[in-house]
Design a protein around this ligand. Structure first.
Ligand code: HEM
Length: 111
């Protein structure tokens, strides 16, 4: 059963653009991870300072496998480091992982 793993990243308001910029230039290593079903980066529009990275996985094992894989580290190397430069300063001041499963929902009817 699909599991939802959310990385909630606290980012001061003036650093949000930089976080989005880093994601726009992300490594893309996660895209081929076993059991990866997709992610969205959600930007707050109501004055909150937590951005959410909502990831979906085939099961808990798939998520744990990615966490301990070289792909996790690769996916968290900035574009600057990948180009041979120094690591940029972190834009976040805190992050925490929230664990969810789908308990209900809906989608528009076809047609
Ligand atoms: C230690 C706390 C973490 C911080 C501060 C953080 C922050 C970031 C940042 C800034 C990026 C953009 C790439 C870069 O420039 O580094 C990124 C990529 C990403 N993060 Fe995290 N992250 C953390 C842990 C996690 C966790 C636990 C998850 C999953 C629940 C996650 C999911 C992702 C995904 C899917 C990408 C794209 C990777 C790729 O393209 O391969 N992150 N993260």
């Amino acid at each position: 059963m699909t599991v939802i793993k959310i990385n909630a990243i606290t980012v001061p308001a003036d650093s949000g653009d930089e976080l989005a910029h880093r994601f726009a230039k992300r490594a893309g290593a996660v895209d081929g991870a076993e059991g990866f079903e997709g992610f969205e980066l959600l930007k707050p529009t109501d004055g909150r300072d937590q951005w959410l990275v909502i990831t979906r996985w085939r099961d808990e094992e798939a998520f744990q496998g990615w966490l301990s894989s070289p792909g996790f580290a690769d996916g968290h190397r900035s574009a600057q480091e990948r180009a041979g430069g120094d690591a940029p300063r972190p834009v976040s001041t805190h992050s925490e992982v929230w664990n969810y499963e789908i308990a209900g929902g809906s989608a528009p009817a076809p047609g």
